[in-house]
Design a protein around this ligand. Structure first.
Ligand SMILES: Cc1cc2nc3c(=O)[nH]c(=O)nc-3n(C[C@H](O)[C@H](O)[C@H](O)COP(=O)(O)OP(=O)(O)OC[C@H]3O[C@@H](n4cnc5c(N)ncnc54)[C@H](O)[C@@H]3O)c2cc1C
Length: 436
């Protein structure tokens, strides 16, 4: 690889301010949210970029990829670096291609929005809102990029109704292959599928067209209960409310207390938080009161919904780790046993605590436990399986969604193995579990 020649070419192409070889910039571009995993944290640092480029448009993303390929330099794409398995770490150095300046919303139409890869989900939701529409889902890290979400995420606010991001979320993509004359390649519908959730190992995403739906009147709903079991008892009924909620999360008192201070999350009580259509508030209140709980607050406005989103999925775990440093790890889990066999689920790991999210079909969640060794984490997987709990291992960085299909595609789209090296292998070395 010839990094110096690449740096010179990129400076001419993108301008001085869009290319950096400073150590501080390279270090910032070489870490993601992997610190959420104590197993991965023990192995850091896992790589250091030689050069970072910030192309400001989809076309210049393509030109940057082409230049890196011509100089034989590995390319690790990056959005906001919030992915939590180390997938955005440049294991073999080379170029980190930071897309966060290619962030234009290009078009908002009836039922769709076109954005450059570096557009944040917040900006996409705001742009959709101005056209009386909403995005089908966004991750709890709503400030992350659409390219990073499509390449490394799985679901979030809106998933109760719309499932995970493989399911009709992406309408079209412009992708860039790792070839010397790389340009934008436009794909639609099913053709986009092989580029989703594989960390950019088969192609870099430059533009995304996502589906929109009509805007709803959402409310941020806070309730509390004496016990977590009471909160759990309404998780499935909440998923069945009509219109379907956008998010329903619940936590044990210890997890709830670790969240940012909020009068609607009282100390010592289990917390249930939901983003509800205004039409379902009465039915939701009846469910809470019927289970012995009380409604703490109902708040209006997009910002209040966004705030509630930022206390969902992995965020309670992150807050727990801030409150109790170097103590907890987590496993992503799914299934009815999370409600029906909660004591056994908690007993899988010492200090076991479940954060749960309602979904249509089966609840999902994050099972926190006290961290000892990686082997103890793996040992719990068998116990989870015996309880009928689906799990996903968030302590490894290999592509684990359709890895064989990606490897086959990458033979032609990345013949020199330059795209995000080290993330793609047919059989991951450690258990990955099922997708949750
Ligand atoms: C506390 C916490 C909560 C989270 N909650 C959620 C959640 O609710 N739902 C969820 O799905 N995820 C969640 N995540 C994971 C992550 O934040 C999201 O998936 C996020 O959308 C990733 O976007 P990003 O811009 O930070 O991507 P990055 O972390 O920068 O990248 C993610 C992966 O995609 C690759 N990539 C980035 N951009 C491109 C591109 N343009 N083309 C090809 N490949 C690319 C990177 O190389 C990397 O492998 C959470 C993480 C944390 C730490």
């Amino acid at each position: 690889m010839n990094v110096e020649a690449l740096a010179e070419e990129l400076r001419a192409l993108l301008g001085e301010a869009a290319v950096s070889t400073d150590l501080a910039a390279r270090e910032r571009a070489s870490i993601d949210g992997a610190r959420l995993s104590p197993v991965i944290s023990e192995q850091l640092p896992l790589g250091l970029a030689d050069i970072v480029a910030y192309p400001p448009s989809s076309e210049l993303i393509a030109a940057t990829v082409a230049a890196a390929v011509r100089h034989g330099v590995p390319i690790t794409p990056r959005g906001k670096g919030t992915g939590n398995y180390g997938q955005a770490i440049p294991f073999e150095g080379g170029l980190v291609l930071d897309t966060s300046r290619a962030r234009k919303i290009l078009e908002v139409g009836d039922g769709y929005l076109v954005a450059e890869a570096g557009a944040t989900l917040v900006s996409i939701e705001l742009a959709a809102g101005k056209a009386n529409q909403q995005v089908l889902m966004y991750p709890s890290t709503a400030n992350s990029t659409i390219g990073g979400f499509v390449s490394g995420g799985s679901g979030g606010t809106g998933s109760i109704k719309h499932g995970m991001l493989h399911e009709d979320f992406v309408l079209a993509l412009d992708v860039v292959h790792a070839v010397p004359d790389a340009t934008l390649l436009h794909l639609e519908g099913k053709d986009t599928e092989p580029y989703i959730h594989n960390y950019g190992t088969a192609g870099i995403i430059a533009t995304v067209t996502v589906a929109l739906e009509p805007l709803q009147d959402w409310r941020a709903f806070y309730a509390s209960f004496d016990t977590f079991e009471q909160a759990l008892s309404v998780i499935r009924p909440f998923a069945d409310l009509e219109p379907t909620p956008r998010l329903v999360s619940a936590d044990l008192p210890t997890l709830a207390e670790a969240l940012p201070a909020n009068p609607a999350i009282p100390a010592g009580r289990a917390s249930l938080r939901a983003i509800l259509d205004a039409e379902s508030l009465e039915a939701a209140t009846a469910l809470v009161e019927g289970a012995g709980g009380r409604v703490e607050d109902v708040r209006e406005g997009a910002q209040e919904s966004m705030k509630l989103s930022m206390m969902s999925y992995n965020h309670p775990i992150e807050w727990l780790q801030k409150a109790y440093p170097n103590t907890y790890f987590h496993v992503e889990v799914a299934g009815d046993a999370l409600v029906d066999r909660i004591d056994e689920v908690h007993a899988v790991y010492p200090g076991g605590m479940l954060h749960i999210e309602a979904q249509k079909g089966r609840p999902i969640g994050m099972l926190a436990g006290t961290y000892t060794t990686a082997d103890d984490v793996w040992a719990g997987f068998e116990k989870l399986a015996a309880l009928g709990v689906g799990f996903h291992n968030p302590h490894q960085w290999f592509v684990d969604y359709e890895p064989e299909r990606t490897a086959e595609l990458a033979k032609t789209t990345d013949p020199e193995n330059l795209l995000n090296p080290g993330k793609l292998q047919a059989k991951p070395a450690v258990a990955t579990g099922s997708q949750v």
